[in-house]
Design a protein around this ligand. Structure first.
Ligand SMILES: [Fe+2]
Length: 355
């Protein structure tokens, strides 16, 4: 009762496609007329970026990147199998999918009873690495009762979370949750645990104005939206969630779902590659359990580094500090070419204090 397992992974969409398509974000960025021509020339790229791009436009680099990610998904899945929770809570970003102009909650709990998704039914998504048909449906059990309970427990802890019992603008689960489920089931053994998605408004100033996505440098005149919740608040939310769940009747896995710095959000690299240095610094702090560094990171730091989605990991870091744990295993899958650095982490399961 109340045992908690903390985990972290990526939901990087191109890993679900084929190697030759994996660098498509970089290819798209290279067509931005505002980027000086000499910076688009691979001869002027940082050495590790040139090596990853190679002489085959990143084909071998994509295979190597995939190998690192698939290994991460399998390790996180093995920890989940071993723990065998009553439900799995995911922190993930909503990129102008379920939440749009009529309501942007900073935090929400999707207390659904059942969810059906057809990830390959959208135009352009048919070519998946599993070779599954466009109409393939995935059905997941929701965690409606636990979602209602957790909303109440967080409200009592002064976290004013939104909640919903059915999707608003998006059929099935949005990308950060659905991709995590599809990738945690990379070997297609099924996903037997109920799912509790907790969307975080990671894109903040860019969630409506830029539809939580890519843009050209020339698009800069659009007015920004209000910001995301502050990183420290996400950290506190993670701690409060862990505290609430430790007192719950359920064994729960809590999972951060996102990549870290995204090239398309990192202006100081001309959006050509992610902010490797900023990601490395936070990663090293995560590994050594230096949670003060996380707590003291500002939203300005996060936005400069194109790390909007890492707010999901701030929730995880806050939970980990509350639970008094450091990762038992983690990996940092660095890349210059494939849009974002990815991190995986597994933590030791923490028994309920009520035991
Ligand atoms: Fe995302």
């Amino acid at each position: 009762m109340g045992d908690i397992l903390a985990l972290g992974l990526t939901h990087y969409p191109p890993i679900m496609g084929h190697d030759e398509d994996m660098p498509w974000v970089l290819r798209w960025t290279l067509e931005d007329p505002a980027i000086p021509a000499h910076l688009k020339d691979p001869a002027n790229w940082p050495e590790p970026m040139r090596a990853e791009w190679g002489s085959d436009d990143g084909r071998a680099g994509a295979a190597a990147h995939r190998a690192g990610l698939v290994d991460g998904f399998r390790r996180v899945r093995a920890a989940l199998d071993e723990f065998d929770p009553d439900l799995v809570l995911f922190w993930g970003d909503d990129q102008y999918e379920n939440f749009t102009e009529d309501c942007i909650p900073p935090f929400a709990l999707l207390a659904y009873d059942e969810i059906e998704s057809r990830p390959w039914a959208k135009p352009g998504r048919e070519r998946n690495v599993w070779g599954e048909a466009a109409d393939t449906a995935f059905r997941y059990q929701g965690a409606g009762e636990a979602g209602r309970w957790l909303a109440g427990a967080l409200l009592e802890r002064h976290f004013d979370v939104a909640y919903s019992y059915k999707p608003l603008h998006y059929e099935g689960l949005t990308h950060s949750f659905l991709n995590a489920l599809l990738l945690l089931d990379h070997d297609r053994a099924g996903f037997p645990w109920p799912v509790l998605p907790m969307p975080i408004n990671c894109y903040g100033r860019r969630v409506i104005s830029f539809k939580g996505g890519r843009s050209r440098f020339a698009d800069a005149s659009r007015p920004f939206d209000p910001p995301s919740p502050m990183p420290a608040r996400c950290f506190e939310l993670g701690a409060a969630t862990a505290a609430a769940l430790a007192a719950s009747p359920w064994r729960v896995a809590i999972v951060a779902s996102s990549s870290w710095s995204h090239a398309f959000l990192t202006d100081h690299t001309w959006r050509l590659h992610p902010d490797i240095e900023a990601d490395r610094e936070l990663y090293e702090a995560l590994v050594r359990g230096d949670y003060d560094q996380w707590r003291n990171t500002t939203l300005a730091d996060v936005e400069r580094a194109g790390q909007q989605e890492i707010l999901n990991w701030f929730c995880l870091a806050g939970a980990a500090e509350h639970l008094g744990v450091k990762p038992t295993w983690s990996s940092f899958v660095e890349t210059y070419v494939f849009n974002s650095n990815k991190v995986f982490a597994t933590y030791p399961p923490v028994p309920s204090p009520r035991r």
